[in-house]
Write a protein that binds this ligand. Structure first.
Ligand code: HEC
Ligand code: HEC
Length: 188
């Protein structure tokens, strides 16, 4: 049902332009073109359109909650959400976090990612697809918070799959995974 509302990747130029205007209020937190520089705020640039669409619906309907974010989704129409999702999905991601990664920590994160088959759902390169988000280049603190939340069952989860996956992650693996993903280039 949701899928029917979503236009193909890229979207129409008019929708992108409308989305750009409607997302001006998002810039102070999510950064220019959706490239966040705040540790607790995720980047939106080049996330799959369907992922952005679904998450905004979740915030608007109160199924996902955050005191900073929720007010900004509360009054969006379905068309607003579609335009905004189309706009951010079409933006170029830039690496705004990280610096020079520690090779040992990167290797530990890669091992954990392979062991738990994160790429099976998040796609080769962990860049996301359909309703599943890009993880690469996201802020370390945000990834850590989300993974700990899935494990504690306090992060909202659209279909339960992330909560299930997180149950088998140790605290050390969660830190290694967050470090690894934060330091990977947003897109290969
Ligand atoms: C006052 C700061 C703030 C503003 C302004 C803001 N957001 Fe957010 N947004 C957040 C925070 C913080 C989160 C992370 C919430 C969490 O930890 O669950 C978030 C999360 C999101 C997510 C989920 C991303 C993901 O990777 O799961 C989307 C989508 C989003 N915001 C879209 C928007 C849009 C669109 C706007 C403008 C209409 C907006 N936000 C305005 C702070 C903000
Ligand atoms: C069975 C499929 C599946 C597997 C395997 C999986 N994920 Fe996910 N993941 C999802 C889905 C679906 C979501 C979106 C959850 C939602 O919409 O609430 C998600 C969301 C996330 C998020 C939240 C990102 C954001 O922007 O808020 C993180 C972090 C994450 N996954 C990390 C991982 C890691 C690390 C692994 C491997 C240990 C992994 N995932 C394995 C399906 C999966």
């Amino acid at each position: 049902m949701l899928v029917g509302l979503i236009s193909p990747v890229g979207g129409k130029a008019a929708d992108i332009e409308a989305g750009r205007r409607k997302s001006e209020v998002c810039v102070p937190c999510h950064g220019l073109d959706g490239n966040s520089i705040a540790p607790e705020v995720p980047s939106l640039a080049s996330q799959p359109q369907l992922y952005l669409y679904n998450q905004l619906i979740q915030f608007r309907e109160g199924r996902r909650k955050n005191p900073l974010m929720s007010p900004f989704a509360a009054n969006l129409s379905d068309k607003d959400i579609q335009d905004i999702a189309t706009y951010f999905a079409a933006q170029k991601p830039v690496s705004t976090h990280g610096g020079e990664p520690d090779p040992e920590k990167m290797a530990a994160g890669k091992r954990a990612s392979e062991k738990h088959r994160c790429a099976f759902c998040h796609g080769p390169g962990l860049t996301g697809r359909d309703h599943i988000p890009r993880l690469t280049g996201q802020p370390y603190a945000y990834l850590l918070k989300q993974l700990r939340g899935f494990k504690d069952q306090t992060s909202a989860d659209i279909d339960g799959s992330m909560t299930e996956v997180a149950q088998s992650l140790s605290d050390e693996e969660i830190e290694a995974l967050a470090y690894y993903m934060a330091h990977l280039p947003p897109v290969p």
